[in-house]
Design a protein around this ligand. Structure first.
Ligand SMILES: Nc1ncnc2c1ncn2[C@@H]1O[C@H](COP(=O)(O)OP(=O)(O)OP(=O)(O)O)[C@@H](O)[C@H]1O
Length: 241
């Protein structure tokens, strides 16, 4: 099976007065068509790993491969272009542009990538996400769950190989969270996308095929076919260690 994303010996240090090692030699492979959750205590390096794997940040050392191409060997312009073509993003705070309608937000990544939105595809994605009636509205008129569905639509519309999600359910009520997680799982099961999701929530992690744990910038275990109980137990061990 091809790896959609692979990271090799990733290090990321920040030098803000006292140096911080956010990633301390992380290697991991994310097979195409799988859903992986990344968990760990606060400050363990989860967001940094996601940002480096997605080409939003550059590691201090190590290599990142997206679809077999080494991102870390490319310049900034090529990295941005590749990211726009290959990756979709969902963040905790939705990151919608308030001056744009739902539909305009959804097609924005395509426009930024210089691609012409296929109207049929845009309508289909909006329909799947229950946003057809909302297409012309501004985000401020939507609930948090609806806004996150717009963000998921935006991540899906370009048919990216990989969707990177950082705490996508962190600001949502349980029902909306479950809807968003089910949408991500459908993207993997039915459409072959690869999802890498940072979360603090064992219930959310249990939607994934595999959970990777981080502690102090290093890999600290892995669970396949996770249940919320098994995830919570592993996290408790990590926090206590
Ligand atoms: N821009 C930055 N400048 C300095 N230090 C940073 C920066 N970004 C992250 N860090 C530090 O790197 C470490 C890892 O941060 P990161 O955000 O990846 O952790 P996390 O596991 O995602 O945390 P949380 O669960 O709290 O969101 C932390 O110690 C953090 O303070």
């Amino acid at each position: 099976m091809t790896d959609a994303v692979r990271v090799e010996s990733l290090y990321r240090t920040y030098d803000a007065g006292t140096p911080v090692t956010a990633l301390d030699g992380v290697s991991a492979a994310f097979a195409a068509g799988t859903f992986t959750a990344v968990m760990g205590p606060s400050g363990s390096g989860k967001s940094t790993l996601l940002q480096c794997a997605a080409g939003l940040d550059r590691p201090s050392a190590g290599r990142v491969f997206l679809g077999g191409v080494e991102l870390t060997a490319t310049g900034d312009t090529a990295m941005t272009k590749f990211r726009r073509e290959r990756a979709g993003f969902v963040f905790q705070d939705y990151n919608l542009l308030s001056a744009l309608t739902v539909e305009q937000n959804v097609v924005l990544p395509l426009r930024l990538a210089g691609r012409r939105p296929d109207r049929g595809r845009v309508r289909a994605v909006l329909g799947t996400l229950g946003l057809t009636e909302r297409a012309g509205e501004l985000p401020e008129r939507l609930s948090g769950g609806q806004r996150q569905r717009v963000a998921v639509a935006r991540a899906l519309v370009g048919e990216p190989a990989v969707i990177f999600a950082d705490e996508p359910t962190g600001a949502l009520d349980l029902r909306s969270a479950r809807e968003v997680l089910a949408l991500l799982r459908t993207a993997v099961r039915d459409f072959g996308r690869t999802v890498i999701m940072v979360t603090h929530d064992p219930m959310a992690a249990a939607y994934a095929d595999t959970v990777l744990f981080l502690a102090d910038g290093r890999l600290a275990g892995q669970l396949s076919a996770p249940t919320p109980e098994a995830v919570a137990a592993h996290l408790t061990e990590l926090v206590a260690a």
